[in-house]
Write a protein that binds this ligand. Structure first.
Ligand SMILES: Cc1cc2nc3c(=O)[nH]c(=O)nc-3n(C[C@H](O)[C@H](O)[C@H](O)COP(=O)(O)OP(=O)(O)OC[C@H]3O[C@@H](n4cnc5c(N)ncnc54)[C@H](O)[C@@H]3O)c2cc1C
Length: 500
């Protein structure tokens, strides 16, 4: 009987495994897919490297707590090269370009020159982003283990953030964008996260970037997931892939046995369940769904989710002179019954060996809402050929618009891969294809989950769904917290490896 079984080998599961091993707990990760990494993943198509995840990773500044965790799990620290861009994104509307610059004074000056009529709001925006640079994601201890002084320290660090958050907390991105007249600034605010998100998610994103706390490891998703996998294995952890858990036998308040799809089972002393939240309750049964998750799943209007269609194109020339990320208006096209008017292009030119010598690879991200998931689900289950054709249709629609916007790419683009919301669900079990947890709308209380379920003594949760609003750093810290909770419950917290 192993001491600890971890179900799910995404970032949260790998992190839990590393801290378990570092703390002397012998663990094994059981991953349903053929590789670990979960959403943080990549693969190869026709000699091109497809990175279907990270665009920015919070935690690259050594001043923030989360940096320590990335360091413990082997992702950051000495020897890890970081890719830092001068700007987060470029918006192009009718040939006029606005940027989210790392240098916020430069951003202010540029926006003022583009839209002097928005002067007051531009200055408020830049100030809000600067104030938000003080935000800290508590990363070293779960909330119930934080002392009075830990909380005081946190409040002190967040002293400038609190008034800004209070001022804008009731606004969605869409509503906040309406404070501006300039279409460029509207698009800078409202772009690749759904417009129902609360406005402060944007302050957070640009604050982290401008503070040097949201850059990218050289190698992108592989430099995160594979490094964590390697660290876990070096520490003596064991990984079993293609081990899809189907249910857990429970006796009294103890989880006794994990049953896998292939007919095998394990009987560990403790379980950390690091899968999509909807999968948790398939494993233990709906009766263990607590108030928090009942409320979230029961109120999809307040807790919507989103996904993407991601299209990858090989480029028959280098893309070094193209923007790293650009959003531009495009001739209207329809996808899953909704009209799209702009395109988000991401260029991987500064990542190593993503394309053969002299070639390039670019990605286009198209947001899909939860109600659009049904379109993909229906196509996939009813007619696979139609599903494939729908993916090719959007890829071709976008290709024409890319060629129009980047005339030098005419005849040089080829569709490499199309990822739909159904793909996330098929490979990882993601609820409605969501890869970022529940969307944080302004109208709900922001809660951090306790990481345990009432009535289950040896069962701990990890994963992005426990924290606001998902993403790699949130997934990461929940892995650490799960191990701390387990050790605390067993009266062994002193054995936790990495106190601070
Ligand atoms: C296109 C895209 C872009 C993104 N961009 C960013 C970004 O720029 N910055 C950022 O911070 N985040 C980004 N994210 C989000 C980030 O990747 C996720 O938040 C994070 O990886 C989630 O990790 P997790 O461990 O919580 O969950 P997951 O990655 O979902 O891991 C869960 C694991 O459990 C496995 N599993 C599920 N069911 C079972 C079962 N029954 N038995 C065994 N195993 C099972 C799955 O296969 C999976 O490996 C992006 C994601 C995507 C897809």
């Amino acid at each position: 009987m192993s001491e600890l079984a971890i179900i799910g080998g995404g970032i949260s599961g790998l992190c839990a495994g590393i801290y378990a091993q570092l703390s002397g707990l012998q663990s094994e990760i059981f991953e349903g897919h053929s590789v670990v990494g979960g959403q943080c993943t990549s693969w190869t198509r026709k000699g091109y490297h497809i990175d279907n995840c990270v665009h920015w990773m919070t935690g690259t500044s050594p001043e923030k707590e989360i940096y320590q965790v990335w360091k413990d799990v082997g992702v950051l620290g000495e020897g890890q090269k970081i890719v830092s861009h001068d700007y987060f994104l470029q918006v192009d509307i009718d040939g006029v370009k606005g940027h989210v610059w790392r240098d916020l004074n430069k951003m202010q000056a540029e926006l003022l020159s583009i839209a002097p009529e928005d002067e007051i709001e531009i200055k408020r925006l830049i100030k809000a982003i600067k104030d938000f640079q003080g935000i800290e994601l508590p990363a070293l201890k779960p909330k119930e283990q934080m002392t009075f002084w830990d909380n005081m320290k946190l409040l002190w660090k967040m002293r400038k953030v609190i008034p800004v958050a209070a001022k804008y907390q009731k606004l969605t991105l869409n509503e906040y964008a309406e404070h501006f007249k300039s279409p460029i600034i509207k698009r800078i605010i409202n772009n690749y996260v759904p417009d129902a998100y609360f406005a402060i998610s944007m302050f957070y994103m640009y604050a982290m970037f401008s503070a040097g706390n949201a850059d990218l490891p050289y190698g992108a998703s592989d430099a995160i997931a594979l490094k964590m996998r390697d660290k876990y294995l070096q520490l003596g952890g064991k990984i079993s892939t293609k081990k899809k858990a189907v249910n857990i036998d429970i006796e009294g308040s103890k989880c006794k046995r994990i049953n896998f799809e292939d007919g095998t089972f394990v009987e560990p002393q403790n379980i950390i369940c690091a899968v999509d939240a909807s999968v948790i309750f398939k494993l233990v049964g709906e009766k263990y769904m607590d108030k928090h998750f009942k409320f979230c799943y029961g109120n999809p209007d307040k807790f919507p989710v989103f996904s993407d269609v991601n299209v990858y194109y090989s480029v028959d020339c280098t893309t070094e002179t193209m923007p790293t990320m650009e959003i531009f208006n495009a001739e209207e096209f329809e996808l899953a019954g909704r009209k799209h008017h702009f395109i988000i292009m991401n260029n991987f030119a500064d990542q190593p060996n993503f394309a053969p010598e002299g070639k390039g690879i670019i990605e286009v991200l198209l947001v899909q809402y939860d109600y659009e998931y049904d379109y993909w689900e229906k196509l996939y289950t009813e007619d696979k050929e139609k599903y494939k054709a729908a993916k090719m249709q959007v890829a071709n629609d976008v290709l024409v618009r890319l060629e129009k916007h980047y005339p030098h790419l005419k005849g040089k683009l080829n569709v490499l891969e199309v990822v739909s919301p159904k793909s996330f669900n098929r490979y990882l079990g993601s609820y409605k294809g969501s890869y970022m947890g529940f969307i944080q709308t302004p109208h709900v209380k922001k809660e951090v989950h306790s990481g345990v379920l009432p009535g289950l003594d040896n069962f701990y949760l990890a994963g992005q769904w426990l924290q606001t609003p998902g993403g790699l750093p949130n997934a990461l810290v929940t892995g650490r917290f799960a191990v701390q909770r387990l050790l605390k419950r067993e009266g062994r917290l002193k054995e936790f490896c990495c106190k601070k």
